[in-house]
Structure formats: structure tokens, C-alpha cells
Design a protein. Structure first.
Ligand code: FEO
Length: 163
């Protein structure tokens, strides 16, 4: 049985993961509008991953006899100044999520909740990958600068991201 503190914190994290999915879906729409369909595809895949993250917390609560309580989502931003600023925001967002995962880990340690720690270790590792992949794209976009051909090449590469 999951404890009430951990249950509440995981319910909050379900919302955070779904809010991440919503943000990336909004970025996908922005990239489609910019005719950067590869970047849009990358964001669709990212949004789908975030949904799966939410489901990991959802299933964990259910499996441990807890109660899932979904919260409302805020309207996400829909326009960015440039592809670089969208990916920079995605990177900042992932750093924010990493902070949240670390706080959940601390709570699980203080609650001596070993099953929760097992789940959270997966997220600790996942956040290393998430930050690295977005940070790389930010750096590549900085190198590209105002080069239209560079942007199209990167767009094509990001369009190959697997589901
Ligand atoms: Fe669910 Fe991108 O972290």
C-alpha cells in the first residue's frame, strides 16, 4: 500500500508529466506552422513519451492500492520566437522536471518507500538522457545560426526520430 504523502506527490507528478506532453504537443503545432515537420515529429514523439511517463506514475499508484486523482492542466504557450527559443524552453523545462524527480526521490527516501525508489531511479536515469538529447539540439541550433540550409538539414534529421 502506498503512503498518503507519496500518493499525493505522485498524483501531482502525473499532472506534471501530462503538462509536459501538452507543452511539447503545442511545440509540435508551432513547428508544423513553421513548415519544420521534422522538428514537429520530434516533438510528437516527445509528447508521447511524456504520456508514458505519466502512465508509469498512474500504474504505480494503482498497483499499490492507492487512488489516482487527475488535476486540471493549464493552457500551454503556443508561439515561440524561433526554433532555438522553443528548444531552449524545452531544455529549461526538462531541467525543471529533473528537479521535481529529485524532490520525489528525497521524499521516497524520507518515507522509506522502497518500491517508489525503484520507480524513481528509472526516472533519474531517464532525465539524464532527456536533458542530454535536448541540450544537443540547442547547441546544434546555435551552430546553425541563420543558415536556412542548416535548419532544413537538422529538421530532416530530427524527423527520423523513432517512436
Ligand atoms: Fe517526463 Fe521529459 O520528462
Amino acid at each position: 500500500m502506498i503512503g498518503t504523502k507519496m500518493e499525493a506527490a505522485f498524483n501531482e507528478q502525473i499532472k506534471e508529466e501530462l503538462a509536459s506532453a501538452y507543452l511539447y504537443l503545442s511545440m509540435a503545432a508551432y513547428f508544423h506552422a513553421q513548415n519544420l515537420d521534422g522538428m514537429a515529429h520530434w516533438m510528437h514523439v516527445q509528447a508521447h513519451e511524456e504520456y508514458e511517463h505519466a502512465m508509469k506514475f498512474f500504474n504505480h499508484i494503482i498497483d499499490r492500492g492507492g487512488q489516482v486523482e487527475l488535476a486540471g492542466l493549464e493552457k500551454p504557450k503556443k508561439v515561440w520566437d524561433s526554433p532555438l527559443s522553443a528548444f531552449e524552453e524545452a531544455y529549461q523545462h526538462e531541467q525543471y522536471v529533473t528537479g521535481r524527480i529529485n524532490s520525489l526521490y528525497k521524499l521516497a527516501v524520507s518515507e522509506e518507500d522502497y518500491p517508489a525508489l525503484g520507480l524513481l531511479q528509472w526516472f533519474v536515469d531517464e532525465q539524464v538522457e532527456e536533458e542530454a538529447s535536448v541540450s544537443k539540439i540547442v547547441e546544434q541550433l546555435k551552430m546553425i545560426g541563420n543558415s536556412g540550409s542548416g535548419l532544413i538539414m537538422l529538421d530532416s534529421q530530427l524527423g527520423k526520430r523513432e517512436e
